[in-house]
Write a protein that binds this ligand. Structure first.
Ligand code: KIV
Length: 313
């Protein structure tokens, strides 16, 4: 897949040479599993979050349909559509160079037919520069995954808690907590592997179930609330940085409290404007005093008056 030229100025720490990183590839992801190297995945939804992911050295970036909740303010993921996902993903593409970029097929964009699934996967590749796509569930999604893989686009599967069908699962709850449920989950994961998925997300699954399944899976497992045995981990950008004010799932570790900092910053700005402390001298542009005098004379000579506004304030 094409990667746009990078024209973003990066600031390297003084004295340290820039670290060279080769762009991530599907074979390299498989190699990481074979070598037992932990795979790091994070979500991103726009140009600045992509830049952060790039500079933080993550391996995989998912433009998750979690955007519906953490970016667009819905209380579930199904409302987000392909147009919104493509727009967000194209912005992420512009901020990324090294990690593999994965577009998350939203609810309603792949279930209907293999043709629909291939068409939307191709849209992610052509319009947003994705390297791969992700879809949720086993069942009919296995056929869709097979069709997309056969069309030449790498696919990541997703089992366990699948937010697009959370209502059918009884809500945002851990899955695979009985022998029967764990067996169903195993069947789904193995089916996704058999049709050529290059990796599978395990979400909200007992750690012991993941551990038990690991020896049966040849493709990398990326866990989110699935314990430490997974080959890699993924977290939602807004959850890990404390940007999102909504419910924090049990499996999230907060690495920063960015929202707190943002509220602090905007409150300080509000206070400064209200008390006329901003803008200060250094935030203003100057004009040659002679030019200013001439401008004032012009205003007097022309005796300019304001135009009538159409509004009655
Ligand atoms: O939409 C999303 O962000 C996801 C990840 C949590 C895996 O599916």
């Amino acid at each position: 897949m094409t990667r746009p030229p990078k024209d973003i100025e990066k600031q390297e720490p003084a004295g340290e040479p820039p670290a060279e990183r080769a762009p991530m590839t599907i074979p390299r992801v498989a190699e990481m599993k074979r070598n037992g190297e932990p795979i790091v995945m994070v979500t991103a939804y726009d140009f600045p979050s992509a830049q952060v992911a790039e500079e933080s050295g993550v391996d995989l970036v998912l433009v998750g349909d979690s955007a519906a909740m953490v970016v667009l303010g819905h209380d579930s993921t199904p409302p987000v559509g392909m147009d919104e996902m493509v727009m967000l993903t194209a912005a992420v593409r512009r901020g990324l160079e090294t990690p593999l970029l994965i577009g998350d097929l939203p609810f309603g964009s792949y279930e209907q037919s293999n043709e629909q699934a291939i068409q939307n996967a191709q849209r992610f590749v052509k319009a947003a520069g994705c390297d791969a796509v992700k879809l949720e569930r086993g069942g009919s999604s296995v056929e869709r995954a097979r069709a997309i893989v056969n069309a030449g686009i790498p696919v990541m599967g997703h089992v366990g808690l699948t937010p697009q069908t959370a209502t059918a699962l009884g809500g945002f709850k851990a899955q695979g907590r009985t022998a029967e449920a764990a067996a169903k989950l195993a069947e789904e994961a193995l089916a996704l592997q058999s049709v050529g998925c290059f990796a599978i997300v395990f979400e909200a699954i007992p750690a012991a179930v993941t551990e038990t399944l690991m020896e049966r899976l040849e493709v990398p497992v990326i866990g989110i609330g699935a314990g430490p045995a997974a080959d890699g981990q993924v977290l939602v950008f807004h959850d890990l940085l404390g940007i999102y004010g909504g419910r924090v799932p049990r499996f999230v570790r907060r690495y920063a409290e960015v929202r707190e900092q943002m509220v602090k910053g905007v409150s300080a700005y509000t206070d400064d404007v209200r008390h006329r402390r901003f803008p200060a001298e250094e935030h203003t542009y100057s004009i040659d005093p002679e030019e200013l005098e001439e401008f004032k004379r012009y205003l007097e000579d022309e005796s300019l008056v304001g135009t009538d506004t159409p509004w009655d304030w």
